[in-house]
Design a protein around this ligand. Structure first.
Ligand SMILES: NC(=O)c1ccc[n+]([C@@H]2O[C@H](COP(=O)([O-])OP(=O)(O)OC[C@H]3O[C@@H](n4cnc5c(N)ncnc54)[C@H](O)[C@@H]3O)[C@@H](O)[C@H]2O)c1
Length: 271
């Protein structure tokens, strides 16, 4: 028996990278998973791979910027699987065209700000709005919102993205508070840096090393680190956990700012 055997789950943005890893781990642990993505080809690839591995999955195209499309995703899930137990709001507006324009606040264009909130925050809210009645009918359920470490700390880039994810943290606590008595739990996971092959190709070794020296654990993060936390939160093992903002980042957001310099100083003293 898997950790989430018999549960029906939707994972948004499951057609690639972190969402794909989460959907595959949920399926491997016994859930039936709706692979929801605006990238329909990616959704079908992931659903086919889950099915080929012996799991149960349904690919469904969705645009989180469109409430009608969200309502249709929920309706298709209920029509196909009969109920809903788990919603993982993973998708975000992370395309290069968006993130490359999300820079200095003095040059911020309104459409960039709005596009971050339309998908990352409003999309998460609308998925919650349409999913919660079905979670309640099922006797309760688990919503997991993917936020980001940058929702907690200031950065020099991507203020619209950061603010939209900080709003996801607030939405998480409000969802947990509004529906806790109906046994609907809601928590957020905050990844640090999880490099997709495309993202890795865009970074220099020096950039990677600069970030990695602030991670407390001695390796880079991988998508399955996030999938492990998501699967636990989806499972009944986390049945009394709600309203939590959980970093899965190797500790990068949770130490004194001088940590890396101090480590270098100690190393130099011992040399
Ligand atoms: N990768 C990281 O280092 C990192 C760090 C912190 C937080 N996160 C968060 O983790 C989540 C997954 O990140 P990732 O790196 O796998 O991102 P990604 O860009 O690889 O995947 C995002 C997925 O969302 C889908 N998507 C985008 N817009 C959509 C829309 N309008 N409707 C439906 N689907 C849409 C994309 O097609 C894609 O499959 C995101 O919420 C991201 O903000 C990632």
């Amino acid at each position: 028996m898997g950790l989430v055997a018999g549960k029906i789950a939707i994972v948004t943005g499951a057609g690639a990278n972190i969402g794909e890893a989460c959907a595959k781990m949920l399926a491997a642990q016994g859930a039936s998973v709706v692979i929801a993505d605006i990238n329909v080809a990616g959704a079908h690839r992931v659903a086919d791979e889950i099915t080929a591995a012996g799991g149960r999955a349904l690919a469904h195209g969705v645009d989180l910027g469109d409430e009608g499309s969200i309502a249709a995703l929920i309706a298709a899930t209920i029509a196909h699987f009969g109920k809903l137990d788990v919603l993982h709001n993973n998708a975000a507006n992370t395309g290069a065209g968006q993130m490359n324009r999300d820079g200095a606040l003095t040059a911020m264009e309104q459409d960039v700000w709005d596009a971050a909130f339309a998908i990352n925050t409003r999309g998460t809210m609308l998925m919650t709005k349409h999913a919660v009645p079905h979670l309640i009918v099922a006797g309760g359920g688990s919503i997991i919102n993917t936020s980001s470490g940058v929702s907690l700390l200031g950065d020099v880039l991507n203020p619209a993205y950061s603010a939209s994810k900080a709003a996801v943290n607030a939405l998480t606590r409000n969802t947990a508070t509004q529906f806790g008595r109906q046994n609907v739990r809601c928590n957020a996971v905050l990844p640090g840096l999880v490099l997709s092959p495309v993202a890795r190709a865009q970074m220099t070794e020096a950039q990677l090393a600069m970030i990695q020296r602030h991670v407390l654990l001695p390796r880079e993060s991988v998508a399955n680190d996030i999938a492990g936390a998501v699967t636990w939160l989806a499972s009944d093992l986390a049945g009394f956990v709600t309203g939590q903002i959980i970093s899965v980042d190797g500790g990068i957001c949770h130490h004194q700012p001088h940590y890396a310099d101090m480590m270098d100083m100690f190393a130099a003293a011992q040399a």
